[in-house]
Design a protein around this ligand. Structure first.
Ligand SMILES: [Zn+2]
Length: 106
């Protein structure tokens, strides 16, 4: 018969972010560091405390999730595509092939 065991038991602490709208990364990191210090100061039996995070990759221009098509070209916005084109031109030394909005008529 199947038996379920609990292992790697740990305490997970999340900072109180209820009243913060879009806080800066560095600000949240400081809050986490402060909580870590406070826990270390007041609690016994601590093996390790570390700060973890999830990583999201997004476009710096439009804020959408970073996604590339089959050819490795960004799909979110024209600015990202233009930047990609510029990188290709810079790296290959070839004359820049413009396929941005100005020349694309839909
Ligand atoms: Zn974009």
């Amino acid at each position: 018969m199947k038996k379920t065991k609990r292992e790697n038991m740990r305490v997970v602490v999340e900072p109180d972010m209820r009243y913060m709208c879009n806080p800066k990364e560095e600000y949240v990191k400081n809050i986490c560091e402060t909580i870590k210090q406070q826990i270390t100061r007041h609690a016994d039996e601590i093996g390790d405390i570390y700060i973890e995070w999830d990583t999201l990759v997004e476009c710096e221009y439009c804020g959408w999730g970073w996604e590339l098509d089959g050819e490795g070209i960004p799909v979110c916005c024209n600015k990202a595509i233009e930047e990609w084109e510029k990188e290709i031109c810079d790296s290959t030394g070839e004359e820049c092939r413009k396929v941005s909005t100005e020349e694309t008529n839909y």
